[in-house]
Design a protein around this ligand. Structure first.
Ligand SMILES: NC(=O)c1ccc[n+]([C@@H]2O[C@H](COP(=O)([O-])OP(=O)(O)OC[C@H]3O[C@@H](n4cnc5c(N)ncnc54)[C@H](OP(=O)(O)O)[C@@H]3O)[C@@H](O)[C@H]2O)c1
Length: 269
């Protein structure tokens, strides 16, 4: 088990889904103080907080809308007030799909901005706010969905795909800027994840996605879990990962190693 003793961490969007999995894993690895952030769902955040406490960490709840830079700045001021310093920032929050899920010829300019603001602008503001309270050797992580920025097939994902691509680019610039202080900036790209926003899909659609993974498009033949993402977050936060920066790590059971050029029968392990 990795140890991240005496560290403090803020995980945005940790009231549920992947963010909750990250908060729980960091607590299991000994992170001492955890900031659980939520937007509207305080009762879910309180459930996460209780589970974090059960794992031995102190926890404080913070609320902010990541589509609003002034709100993000206010939250960091509150974190500074409560914690004094920060060792780990995980930027994970993403607005609910009704704010951005529209194809390229239909998406409103307002929703386009919501997607970009919640990812790229939020990352810009968050890192600028976090770094002054971060000791040398700190860790910054962004949760992305890299295929959404690289491919063009999931049409209503155009705004979020573009927003994640912009955020990933920004991470590489911050990685270089912060390297002299030993602060690493990396990206984690989960595959389709169980117990996340996917739980809001109609059951038949969720089953279809699971079947796709089991058929072999995910070589490990299952969906990602929030715990998988939490485990890799902890790895990247460890002292042993001090020389890894500016990198994008897929946590997808090998899905990103598959090719869309050939039938599955020709590429299964
Ligand atoms: N799920 C997947 O399969 C998958 C795959 C790859 C990457 N990802 C990425 O992983 C991250 C988490 O995804 P998820 O599926 O776990 O999400 P989720 O279950 O939908 O949870 C979203 C989280 O973000 C918060 N949030 C929503 N709107 C917000 C806003 N306007 N301002 C601040 N926070 C807000 C929510 O807080 P409340 O509870 O208060 O609403 C919640 O904590 C996202 O960045 C997503 O793009 C997900």
């Amino acid at each position: 088990m990795l140890t991240l003793n005496s560290k403090s961490a803020l995980i945005t969007g940790s009231s549920r889904g992947i963010g909750r999995g990250i908060a729980l894993k960091l607590a299991e690895c000994g992170v001492h103080r955890i900031a659980v952030h939520y937007h509207k769902n305080r009762s879910a955040a309180e459930q996460t907080a209780a589970a974090v406490r059960d794992r031995g960490a102190e926890v404080t709840l913070f609320q902010a809308d990541v589509m609003r830079p002034d709100d993000i700045a206010r939250m960091f001021a509150e974190v500074k007030e409560a914690f004094g310093s920060l060792d780990i920032l995980v930027s994970n929050a993403r607005p609910d799909v009704e704010h951005f899920y529209q194809p390229p010829f239909e998406i409103s300019l307002e929703n386009w901005h919501k997607a970009l603001d919640s990812q790229a602008l939020a990352m810009l503001v968050s890192v600028r706010e976090a770094v002054p309270m971060m000791r040398d050797g700190g860790r910054i992580l962004a949760v992305t969905y890299a295929p959404g920025g690289r491919t063009g097939s999931w049409q209503p994902w155009v705004a979020m795909g573009s927003a994640k691509a912009a955020m990933e680019s920004l991470c590489r610039y911050f990685a270089v800027a912060l390297a002299p202080r030993g602060i690493t900036v990396n990206m984690i790209s989960p595959g389709a994840t169980d117990d996340s926003v996917f739980n809001t899909l109609p059951p038949a659609v969720l089953e279809m996605i699971k079947g796709w993974a089991q058929a072999g498009w995910v070589p490990m033949r299952r969906l990602t879990t929030p715990a998988d993402v939490g485990a890799v977050t902890a790895l990247l936060c460890s002292e042993e990962a001090a020389f890894v920066t500016g990198q994008l790590i897929h946590v997808d059971g090998g899905a990103s190693a598959m090719s869309a050029d050939f039938p599955l029968e020709l590429q299964k392990g």
